[in-house]
Design a protein around this ligand. Structure first.
Ligand code: G4F
Length: 327
């Protein structure tokens, strides 16, 4: 029988790739989106505009447990991928309050709705390397203690404990991916990789003259988003629920990303990139680098696209957006 999956955050980078993957596997897909997304679909649903005929959209709010109960009850999903969250790692106090409330409550409401109304549904929780935060060891794996240093990281640790608790207390199948940074041409503009390629292309086309960045010497373990959503699906196909680090295992500096992107456009980044102390973040002392041995051995997962190809795909994607606009 056709499997049914609910995806929260379906219009985001990961949600859109996951929807494509599950459709290719014959799933019936149900996406939960806010009313505002339907009203401004050209912008807010652009990542899934090519899929809207093939997915069932539910207008619902993740901060309203009643709307989630209704959707879970009606759909009776086999799998639920909870990807929606305020995912930009902000350090602003204003954002802190809503990020913590939204991220923790939405996870709790969904788990509670599933426990009551679709207890056989398998639940994927989108964890993050931000949960490790100011960590004492590199690389990190599933046994590394969490020491989050951002509200976003704290909200993900709380969500992780909720999911684990529903696993051990109520027997729900809840699995978590601790995903390191994953990028693609669908990445949001607030994240450093998209900011870099978008500016580099504009500089190349004479539409912008410089790029302001924060710490160029911050290290990140960057992978390719479609590889990472494949791991999410694999995690829900196992015999037992478990938690997995998903990472490339290789780190690069923001400076390396900048250099590679600008070089692909025959530009010398040193002429255009300036740093702004206001864009620096606290607590970025230790390299976030993931050890995905468990995912490789237990799931058979591996990443397929390396750093330089990710940068190239993003630069090409950005260039083609400008070409389309000018046609
Ligand atoms: O692209 P970023 O904003 O991503 P960050 O904070 O690592 O978080 C992303 O990955 C996490 C792990 O998967 C997710 F949990 C999270 O939701 C998100 O997807 O920043 C990357 C690095 C940081 O070290 C930051 O300090 O780039 C550095 N950076 C330097 N200049 C900048 C900038 N980041 C941003 N966003 N903007 C800058 O101008």
């Amino acid at each position: 029988m056709m499997k049914k999956a609910i995806i929260t955050g379906i219009a985001g980078q990961d949600g859109s790739y996951l929807a494509e993957l599950l459709l290719s596997k014959g799933y019936e897909i149900h996406g939960i989106v806010r009313r505002i997304a339907i009203e401004d679909s050209e912008h807010k649903l652009k990542n899934i505009s090519h899929l809207t005929e093939r997915i069932i959209m539910h207008v619902g709010s993740l901060d309203n447990i009643l709307s989630l109960i209704k959707i879970v009850k009606d759909v009776q999903p086999d799998e639920c991928y909870h990807l929606a969250s305020s995912s930009f790692v902000s350090y602003s106090f204003d954002d802190e309050i809503s990020i913590l409330n939204n991220n923790v409550n939405s996870t709790h409401y969904l788990l509670a709705a599933i426990k009551e109304f679709a207890p056989r549904c398998r639940f994927y929780f989108a964890g993050s390397s931000e949960m490790f935060g100011d960590v004492g060891q590199s690389p990190q794996n599933e046994t590394t203690p969490f020491n989050p240093r951002s509200i976003y990281g704290i909200s993900k640790v709380a969500g992780h404990h909720l999911a684990r608790n529903y696993r051990s207390q109520y027997g729900l199948f809840t699995s978590m991916g601790i995903l390191y940074n994953h990028e693609s041409p669908r990445r949001g503009y607030e994240f450093v990789t998209r900011k870099i390629v978008s500016s580099a292309v504009k500089i190349k086309l004479g539409l912008q003259d410089h790029l302001l960045l924060g710490n160029l010497d911050a290290w990140r373990d960057w992978g390719y988003a479609p590889d990472y959503v494949h791991a999410m699906w694999m995690m829900l196909q196992t015999d037992e629920p478990d938690d997995f680090v998903i990472a490339s295992g290789k780190t690069h500096r923001v400076r390396d990303f900048v250099d590679t992107a600008f070089s692909l456009l025959d530009l010398d980044y040193r002429r255009y990139v300036r740093t702004d102390p206001q864009l620096f973040r606290p607590s970025e002392r230790v390299q976030l680098c993931g050890d995905a041995t468990k995912a490789r051995t237990r799931l058979g997962w591996s990443h397929t696209i390396d750093f330089s190809d990710i940068v190239r795909l993003m630069v090409e994607g950005e260039m083609s957006l400008h070409t389309k606009c000018n046609q």
